[in-house]
Design a protein around this ligand. Sequence first.
Ligand SMILES: NC(=O)c1ccc[n+]([C@@H]2O[C@H](COP(=O)([O-])OP(=O)(O)OC[C@H]3O[C@@H](n4cnc5c(N)ncnc54)[C@H](OP(=O)(O)O)[C@@H]3O)[C@@H](O)[C@H]2O)c1
Length: 324
Amino acid sequence: MTKAVRWGVVGTGRIAQTFASDLAPLAEGEVVAVGSRTAEAAEAFARRFGVARHYAGYEALCEDPGVDCVYVATPHPFHRDHALLALSRGKPVLVEKAFTMTADEARDVVAAARRSGLFAMEAMWTRFLPHVRTLRERVAAGVLGEVVLLVADHGKWFARDATSRLFAPELGGGALLDLGVYPVSFASMLLGPPSSVRSMVTTAFTGVDATTSILLGHPSGAQAVLTCTSSARSATRASVVGTETRLEVEGDFYAPSAFSIVARDGTLLERVEGPVVGRGLQFQALEVARCLEAGLTESPVMPLDETVSIMATMERALGGASSG
Ligand SMILES: NC(=O)c1ccc[n+]([C@@H]2O[C@H](COP(=O)([O-])OP(=O)(O)OC[C@H]3O[C@@H](n4cnc5c(N)ncnc54)[C@H](OP(=O)(O)O)[C@@H]3O)[C@@H](O)[C@H]2O)c1
């Protein structure tokens, strides 16, 4: 069995809590330390999730010699600095999505990890879910024929709250970096980097993007149609349409789900379900454990250059958008 990774968690918010509870039943990983901006929040997190050590401040956490890998679970504007902090203390990092705010920030983290020979990975947990691993295999095996079109959407409704992470510019607000990163990453996984990016953005009351639609063109001729919004709950489905068959992923496509492969005449050829215990964050932790044990400095499933490319696509979509 893979050696258990001793995790240190930076931040005590929503996703840090989900990570801790998804890891609890796992033999290959254990949260052994947590760092927070405040001693109270660190202590409360440690008590709730049975974490051995808690620190006021992220630096102390990153210096804990009993931590093998640091999980950065703060809002995206802080990912770069918190990842660099962990790397500077000799710790491998798993960094929440969106990996950073910009492609340049992502390059900074990647360069630091490579310079120090330490493992780093974007916490794009979707890639490691059973149904996504299987659908990736089907596409690679050519079951779809030539991929012509990919469609994916991620819409969630959030209450108008200027202090919310989804809307506050200083917390990295905006639908694309938070929600749209899933469709963009899904397209990148199956089609590679785009050769052209077109987009339209409707802004929210705080000026950040609320609804963003993206058209991607690829050297193969394949196109992707990707949408995200923080103003409405969409079906959050994805489909990949090939010359021979199409693959339909049920909503929520980015979370534990199921997919079907359908022939041109509408015949259902296969349906794959990927039942998962908990929310599903444990699969990315298993990948980190596997990579660390194998001495890898990045995951072949979520490579660092691809993370930078995904950030660059989102940057192009926001930078070159028409207004809706
Ligand atoms: N993988 C997923 O499914 C998923 C889901 C949700 C979010 N995320 C990602 O995870 C990251 C955190 O999201 P979240 O929903 O967990 O956010 P959250 O609930 O607001 O928690 C963020 C935590 O970061 C720390 N923090 C440090 N500086 C902060 C600042 N200036 N303002 C607010 N918090 C600050 C805080 O912990 P302390 O005060 O204890 O230091 C806070 O509890 C985001 O990048 C997001 O995109 C991923």
